[in-house]
Design a binder for this molecule. Structure first.
Ligand code: PMP
Length: 417
């Protein structure tokens, strides 16, 4: 135990973690990649507010990187969880919730005739890839370069521990680029098993790009011509862009889609939705995990889908996102600072002009954090149904202060430079 009282609880936990966890923390949740002052460890969450281990409270614009769509600790979800927990979670087989959820989910998602459940988004994208290969008897999968599909060797952003063989049958193209897509299809030849696309381009550190309709239609047409699987990775955007699969908004249905994050309002659950064309293939692959059919997260998911289904969830998320976007745009204009706000308003990325090293973004978000708002300097953010107009207005007071500090800093730099 560290007895140094000058340390914050967060610093103390980081020091302890460093001794027993490689690097103290790995992956996307590593606060070392964030401006100084960002907490690594959290105590609790309620609605759109989160509290760190030092008792600081923030308005949360990350929603646990997507999973929390109704708000932290949502009463109807927690009630369903408690009810299921009292009955049992991990048993010798699934509970009734398994069938109820598959029925509800396949009703909600237009292209879905069946569903399979897993735990993480990586499980779901990997199952999609495997089903596509099993169903077509082919090997090549086309993916957009820079797109995130998970954290295992076939798709991890880090090449540490990854062999060329792990990715031997992937072919890359640029998202929304029809020529690049056609070249990749030609390279796959008669070995094309599928094309995997994210709902829109949401690569970290870049402006987001919505999927162009002609791009989506061409991907669909190619998969039809070649008898390959169109796979939409809806892990991040699922349930925030549409009530069903995100590409439904473009009039395009995939054969397979991968889901996780918002599916169970923060409880660990992923799903693959598929059409009848791949039902046989989905029965032949070995798709399982010790916790994949556990009941609690399925109860959470049923409650989440029911709450979302009872209101205009997409309209609400869009409106609340637009309120924030409009406020940020007005502040940026007032302070004469160039910002780019991209992606759907309910999943915004905010990047600054002339900010290749994200220094402006770091200063801005660090200052917003000091004023009680948890933003992300490089990644897309997320709104939840628990964000109210008053929360957005409170957050905008904080971002106004952050813009002021950034403007002063830039002015000082101009004078010195
Ligand atoms: N696909 C996309 C589009 C994602 O955003 C993520 C997670 N950020 C994944 C797959 C992997 O999900 P998980 O982290 O739950 O394995």
């Amino acid at each position: 135990m560290n007895q140094n009282n000058s340390m914050t609880r967060d610093q103390e936990l980081r020091a302890r973690a460093l001794k027993v966890v490689p690097g103290g923390m790995t992956g996307h949740l590593n606060a070392a990649a964030l401006p100084s002052g960002y907490p690594q460890f959290f105590e609790s969450g309620s609605g759109c507010r989160i509290r760190d281990v030092d008792g600081r409270e923030f308005i949360d614009f990350m929603c646990s990187w997507g999973p929390v769509i109704l708000g932290h600790h949502h009463p109807e979800v927690e009630e369903a969880v408690a009810r299921q927990m009292a009955l049992g979670d991990c048993l010798n087989g699934p509970t009734e919730r398994f069938v109820e959820l598959a029925e509800l989910f396949t009703d909600r998602v237009e292209h879905a005739d069946w569903a399979l459940f897993q735990k993480n988004g990586t499980d779901a994208t990997t199952v999609c890839l495997t089903v596509a290969r099993a169903g077509t008897g082919r090997r090549k999968i086309l993916v957009a370069s820079g797109a995130y599909h998970g954290a295992i060797p076939w798709c991890s952003p880090s090449l540490a521990g990854v062999t060329a063989e792990d990715r031997a049958h992937l072919i890359y193209f640029a998202y929304n680029d029809l020529d690049a897509l056609e070249r990749a299809v030609a390279e796959a030849g008669d070995d094309l098993a599928g094309i995997m696309v994210s709902a829109f381009r949401h690569d970290v550190g870049f402006d987001q790009q919505l999927a162009r309709k002609d791009f989506a239609q061409r991907v669909r047409a190619i998969c039809d011509e070649k008898d390959a699987a169109l796979i939409v990775d809806d892990v991040r955007a699922g349930l925030r862009v549409a009530k069903g699969c995100s590409w439904e908004t473009l009039g395009v249905n995939p054969d397979l889609s991968a889901w996780s994050k918002a599916l169970a309002n923060g409880y660990a659950l992923a799903a693959v939705a598929g059409s009848d064309r791949f039902r046989q293939a989905a029965t032949r692959i070995y798709s399982t995990g010790s916790f994949w059919s556990a009941g609690v997260s399925m109860a959470a998911s049923i409650a989440t889908l029911k709450v979302l289904g009872s209101v205009d969830s997409i309209g609400y998320l869009q409106r609340i996102g637009e309120r924030f976007r409009t406020g940020i745009a007005a502040q940026a204009a007032r302070y004469g600072i160039g910002v780019r706000q991209t992606g759907p308003a309910q999943m915004p990325t905010i990047l600054f002009d002339d900010d290749a090293d994200y220094a402006k973004g770091f200063l801005f978000t660090g200052e917003a954090l000091r004023r009680g708002v948890y933003l992300h300097p490089r990644h897309n953010m997320f709104f939840s149904m628990a964000h109210r107009e008053a929360d957005i207005d409170e957050a905008l007071e904080a971002t106004d202060g952050a813009f002021r500090v950034l403007a002063e800093h830039l002015e000082q730099k101009r004078r010195v430079g």
